[in-house]
Design a protein around this ligand. Sequence first.
Ligand code: UGA
Length: 440
Amino acid sequence: MHISVFGTGYVGLVAGACLADVGHQVTCMDVNAERIDQLKGGEVPIFEPGLSTIVAHNVAAGRLRFTADAAQAVADGELLFIAVGTPPDEDGSADLRYVLEVARTIGQHMDSYKLVIDKSTVPVGTAEKVHAAISDVLEQRGVSLAFDVCSNPEFMKEGAAIDDFTRGARIIVGTESERVKAHMQECYAPYNRNHEKLMFMSVRAAELTKYAANAMLATKISFMNEIANLAERLEVDVEDVRRGIGSDPRIGYHFIYPGCGYGGSCFPKDVQALERAARQLGYTPELLSAVESVNLRQKQTLFTKLQDNLGSLSGKTIAVWGLAFKPNTDDMREAPSRTLMEALWQAGAKVQAFDPEAMTECRRIYGERDDLMLAGDRIQAVKGADALVICTEWKEFRSVDFDWLADQLAEKVVIDGRNLYTPSAVEEAGLRYIGVGRKR
Ligand code: UGA
């Protein structure tokens, strides 16, 4: 099939590369000409395991190409995926500016049937707005052309995006049209071989499904963080509770890891957008508001724990292991590490930070500053520090010689924001161990 993808962020680039990889002819378009030049030069601007190889392979095979020319992208594809960003506007609602801009561009350049597919996470009712935007432009042009708009939300996780796209549990398509169903069946046939993954539903149901999925996952995390905070006060180890409840198949082990709060570009933004959408409908979403506020509080716990154990943090040096919002990505959007570092600077402390992938991103966000040392490795980060905080559970932080660590840290305090270590093993080395909801 001939497919064009608008937007070369995580979602657009992974979708475009994976669709080309199964034999479709794909054009990826972005208004950011610099990004397109990078991609044309073989440089993949995001860190996503396996992505560069798939991009390079499909570019070489002539199935994947990049352009900043919107007219070209509209002409190239019969299926047009919209995968541009929907950042939060001032009140937290999703800003549809970019999605509707693409819709108008499609209306301007199309000269045959097009199936327009919303892949971005968009509020319920967006497909109708996209439809109206295209119709308006066609009317202004004085042309009458058939087109459809459907919703096909994406469920991939950063760091595992390719696997999620190619082996995901389900493919949700919101449409009532038989013609659209046939096109989508053909598009996804290579991923739909072992069992039926395509789920057709109304456009609005598909749009809500995406928000509901992320809000449910965020709820599990905030719930578990609340239990962890309670466990701390009851002198219970939350890890026992996690294993205890996870063994019930109705609850399950996934997404019940307590920690220093969820970050990333999706959960915080989507929970907020759904909450704001509910309020606009005159409905007060008690649970969604609590999920968000518990998370905001949780992101501050690392700083509070440091203060509780070190007293004033002014003049102290804190080592931070992990800056990305989770492992296997260089993404620091809404990362708990940022809440921590910003609070530490405010309190007059210095930070020595290390992350296996996010150092460039950290430098881009914070630039050069006297109170931030970007360490070359985890060893350099702890040298001369008073305490260590773990913000991201990268594999390489899992095994540590605690005797060596005790020699490095002047105040001998380890704050484990991801519950990576066994408290007794750390404490045997003479360190004070503070996890999230752990019994010491
Ligand atoms: C999330 C969803 O998991 C995807 O299904 C969805 O497609 C995506 O958003 C999206 O809407 O695009 P992602 O943000 O990449 O994916 O990352 P997750 O792996 O879900 O982690 C989100 C945050 O939750 C991380 O900060 C992680 O550390 C935290 N988390 C996760 C916990 O604190 N505890 C857990 O048990 C699980």
